[in-house]
Design a protein around this ligand. Structure first.
Ligand SMILES: *Cc1c(COP(=O)(O)O)cnc(C)c1O
Length: 402
């Protein structure tokens, strides 16, 4: 069957019987929001203190406790967390920073914003994470840091990465946007490297609307991050309008406007309390999908590895046109026609014109990331999904592919 013949067939099938009706379109990654965070936001709105304040301080403390660390610094995105970490790591113009081609553009953009030169290293085709065996080959006298990203919540091979970092005296900044719950050999993601960066964007495992968090291993880095996140103002400058009387602040360096608001923290405090049941729910959906798709001609996500905890952020399948008779993009269209939202994580970074023009990157130079990026589809995997939603996703996938 040629891809186009198959697509025509799907078109006629779906017109007769989409699995869901249009008015029940299943939004990809829609978060579970409950009454507690709605009430907390309202109470913050009524309190008159909307900006960075006591709720942010509490969310930071709760997150630090969750991660078994002393300090966590709340910011307005993971992109900001990555940028600040790279600044605090001392990245200077001309410094090279190694990262993965199979990530969201923000990982690479943050390196560029910090003045660094991004250097890509291809991924392992099974785990979809940066391949440590390839990292050493790309190290030069200018290399200063590695930014591993725990794809879909599957932890990177951190022993190997930390060994390379020790051998070459490199900083390690973990992009944990997918990996809040991820653990590697008993240690929580974001506490393995020098810095850990988290996202609470609307589609992530827990959300604050927009928002992020950054961890640092050294106390010196923690202090620097706090200052950099709020204009370069000296410590605790947010308290300047509080009830302890006006406090003068000093600007000690040229910082950024990256602070989180109490409105955002109001959501995060309650989301964090439900992190375990939400994780458990996604694990269940993951296992149901695995069973339901076992006989289909597609590649299912890699199983969690022993002695690790998977974050179950994304459930990704690979659509190989040679095996399924349809292209990945035809599959995306077919799912949309069934009124089920899908995602692509990610077209490899070198597919985008900006990076081609600026760095001369070509997708073919990172073949595993390229192949995954051209075949991958993310199915809905959110704590909000009902049994019926999951059933509909399975029915649509099977109807399209079986
Ligand atoms: C979502 C995401 C980011 C950016 O997070 P924001 O909070 O939206 O800035 C960075 N890296 C990866 C891998 C992501 O998925």
């Amino acid at each position: 069957m040629t891809p186009s013949a198959s697509a025509t067939q799907i078109n006629s099938t779906r017109l007769l019987s989409p699995v869901r009706s249009k008015d029940r379109f299943l939004v990809f990654g829609a978060p579970a929001i409950e009454e507690a965070e709605i009430l907390e936001v309202v109470s913050t709105m009524r309190s008159g203190w909307l900006g960075t304040g006591p709720k942010v301080a509490r969310f930071e403390q709760d997150f630090a406790t969750y991660k078994n660390v002393q300090n966590a610094i709340a910011v307005n995105s993971c992109t900001a967390a990555l940028h600040l970490s790279l600044m605090a790591a001392g990245i200077q113009p001309g410094d090279e920073v190694i990262t993965t081609p199979l990530t969201f553009c923000a990982t690479v953009n943050a390196i560029i914003h910090a003045g660094g030169t991004p250097v890509l290293v291809d991924v392992d085709p099974i785990t979809k994470n940066i391949d440590p065996n390839e990292i050493a080959k790309r190290i030069t006298p200018r290399t200063r840091a590695i930014v591993p990203m725990h794809m879909a919540g599957h932890p990177c091979d951190m022993d190997a990465i930390m060994q390379i970092a020790a051998d070459y005296q490199l900083k390690v900044i973990e992009d944990c946007a997918h990996a809040i719950e991820t653990e590697y050999k008993g240690q929580k993601a974001g506490t393995l490297g020098d810095f850990g960066c988290f996202s609470f964007y609307v589609t992530k495992n827990i959300v604050t609307g927009e928002g992020g968090m950054v961890l640092a291993r050294s106390q010196q880095d923690v202090s620097r991050l706090k200052i950099l996140a709020l204009h370069g103002m000296s410590k605790d400058a947010w308290k300047r309008f509080g009830d302890e009387g006006y406090r003068h602040y000093q600007v000690v360096e040229c910082g950024f406007k990256y602070n989180m608001m109490d409105i955002q923290a109001s959501i995060g405090i309650h989301q964090l309390r439900r992190i375990e049941p939400y994780w458990k729910k996604r694990e269940e959906v993951w296992n149901v999908y695995n069973e339901a798709f076992a006989d289909l001609p597609i590649t299912l996500p890699a199983d969690p590895e022993p002695n690790t905890r998977h974050g179950y952020h994304l459930y990704t399948i690979l659509i190989d046109a040679e095996k399924t008779g349809m292209s990945r993009d035809q599959f995306l269209d077919a799912m949309t026609a069934h009124n089920i939202g899908v995602g692509v994580h990610y077209l490899s970074v070198p597919e985008h014109p900006y990076y081609q023009q600026t760095f001369g990157w070509q997708p073919e130079d990172y073949p595993h990331a390229m192949n995954i990026g051209r075949q991958t589809v993310s199915l809905p995997l959110s704590a909000r999904l009902t049994d019926e939603d999951v059933h509909d996703v399975i029915a649509a996938v099977r109807q399209i592919l079986a």
